[in-house]
Design a protein around this ligand. Sequence first.
Ligand SMILES: [Fe+2]
Ligand SMILES: [Fe+2]
Length: 248
Amino acid sequence: MLSAHLSSENPVEALSASITPWLERKVGELVAEDFRRAHVFSQFGIDFCCGGGRALANACERAEANPEQVVAALEAVSHSGAKEDELNQLPLDQLIDYIERTHHQYVRAKAPLLLEYSEKMVRAHGEHYAEIIPFAGWVRALIEDLMPHLMKEENILFPAIRAMSQGEQVQGCFGHIGNPINAMQYEHEEAGQILQKLHELTNDFTPPEYACTTWRVCYATLVEFEADLHRHIHLENNILFPKALQLA
Ligand SMILES: [Fe+2]
Ligand SMILES: [Fe+2]
């Protein structure tokens, strides 16, 4: 038991009983149970690979990471899994509300920033670092694809799925609901291809040593944007669309 190894000066002793079970677990086991925990460990500089055999309390100490903060981040990750189950249980109209409020709003908030940062990079460094020009072009292409995509979902497909989920007959100009769903899935693939292009151009969003702050912020924003888009597309492709097709 971890508590048996704690001296009275050890700050871990003061931690609440609720986080102690986490601290006793081995880091490698925690990652094996849920790979998303690896991102938390990376964030805190905790070695989950070679150091995977260490108990979390010890790993936190070695990384000089605050155990309470680490456990809070691990619990947040676990909670996001539970949320996925909750989303899977939602009626389709409520799932659409969630997608619009969370992910569509996120794209609309971050798209202007990505354009601003990438255009600033072109103005400041495009002359000396030629790779910035195609990079900014693909960022623009991604945004120009996504904005009308959101509009099509909000104005055509989602109202039809909402009506179906409330038991109404859907008489859209698009014929069977499978047609707009196919079109949206095709556009998701196109966005994925553009992101792949951006990965290739940026060495997986790794800023070069000489990168200025805007350059670094731009790549970091893209990493976050991509993660949000993956989750957004996952909810549509793997939960919303198959359920809508079943209703039809
Ligand atoms: Fe969407
Ligand atoms: Fe979509």
